[in-house]
Design a protein around this ligand. Structure first.
Ligand code: 0CJ
Ligand code: F3S
Length: 319
């Protein structure tokens, strides 16, 4: 007889509206124009998604220089790109399709508005992440400074502390960001910024669901890739909320079964770039070891939908 395992499935989990739009952009480009479709950077940070699209004819590159002169579409990933990238694509006469999430574009616009109003901008985010590189690259070098921690707030030297603004990466930890914003407002009471931060609805809701489940379980499995910021944050949130074991896995084959010995309650969630089919694969793997009793724990209902980039919409309408 298999031991029983109570499974708490976090909801919402997995794909957000921006990820659906980004993947659909590549799929739609492939079906309209045929292979190859070039994609600058992983369309979303998920190996399974990238490999599936590659099998259908997508070619992934890190930089435009890697793309030969071509009429094939060139897609920019969901994370956004510095302004120099669309300019370079235009110079090379590429047919570009921008799959930047509209909620990242919104942050780019905020940055531009602050800049036009003469404000020095602080970006709260993780150095080197493509979204951060893209947001920094919306404005001339030096216009935006990156801050990663509360300590960075203390050491930041503004040009004029009455003309400061902040923006954030969309996939940060809600709790860490709250602390950084608090420190920023304490030190610079006149700092301009969004109502709270720029963390997106999907990041927020997935963290809220993990918070509801973390204290109920002995272990938490987060489906997602190691380079996925929002997925990493879910693992962190689970741990910080008192879940004794939290792991990030890309596939069921990565599960270390010694870690789950003796557990009776398990939480499962998935990052915004992780497909539901992998959640099902993980559930299937646990079902081989345990008798499962599954309960969904819901933190929010999501209805967001983002239409495809304009060139693909027009072609769709003409059909
Ligand atoms: O940056 C974004 C617009 C989120 C895209 C979806 O998630 P993912 O895993 O590709 O990217 P993050 O590393 O930013 O979470
Ligand atoms: Fe956009 Fe947030 Fe998803 S920024 S791509 S809705 S994780």
């Amino acid at each position: 007889m298999k031991p029983t395992l109570k499974v708490y499935l976090c909801s919402p989990r997995g794909f957000c509206a921006g990820v659906v739009r980004a993947i659909d952009t590549v799929e739609r480009a492939l079906s309209l124009y045929g292979a190859p479709v070039y994609v600058r950077h992983e369309i979303v940070h998920n190996r399974y998604v990238v490999e599936s699209l590659r099998a259908k004819g997508a070619i992934f590159v890190e930089e435009l220089e890697e793309i030969p002169q071509t009429d094939a579409p060139v897609v920019f990933s969901a994370h956004g790109v510095p302004k120099a990238i669309p300019s370079e694509a235009e110079r090379r006469n590429f047919f570009s399709l921008d799959a930047t999430c509209p909620l990242v574009t919104k942050v780019h616009r905020e940055a531009e508005i602050h800049f036009k109003r003469g404000r020095e901008i602080i970006l709260i985010g993780h150095a080197g992440h493509p979204e951060v590189v893209g947001t920094l690259g919306q404005l001339p070098a030096g216009a935006v400074s990156l801050i990663e921690t509360v300590d960075d707030v203390a050491s930041f030297v503004p040009k004029d502390e009455t003309k400061l603004a902040y923006i954030t990466q969309t996939t940060l930890s809600i709790d860490d960001t709250k602390e950084i914003v608090r420190a920023l407002k304490e030190r610079f009471p006149k700092v301009a910024g969004p109502h709270k931060e720029d963390i997106c609805y999907a990041t927020t809701n997935r963290q809220l669901a993990v918070k509801k489940v973390a204290h109920l379980v002995d272990a938490m499995v987060v489906v997602g890739s190691p380079n996925s910021s929002n997925s990493q944050r879910l693992r962190e949130v689970a741990e910080r909320e008192g879940c004794p074991r939290a792991v990030l896995v890309q596939r069921a084959s990565e599960l270390d079964w010694s870690m789950f010995e003796g557990i009776t309650r398990l939480g499962i969630t998935a990052g915004a770039s992780a497909p539901e089919v992998i959640v099902e694969e993980i559930m299937g793997a646990f079902a081989e070891h345990y008798e499962l009793s599954v309960e969904t724990v819901t933190a929010a209902e999501e209805t967001e939908f983002f239409p495809l980039p304009r060139p693909l919409r027009q072609v769709t309408a003409a059909e």
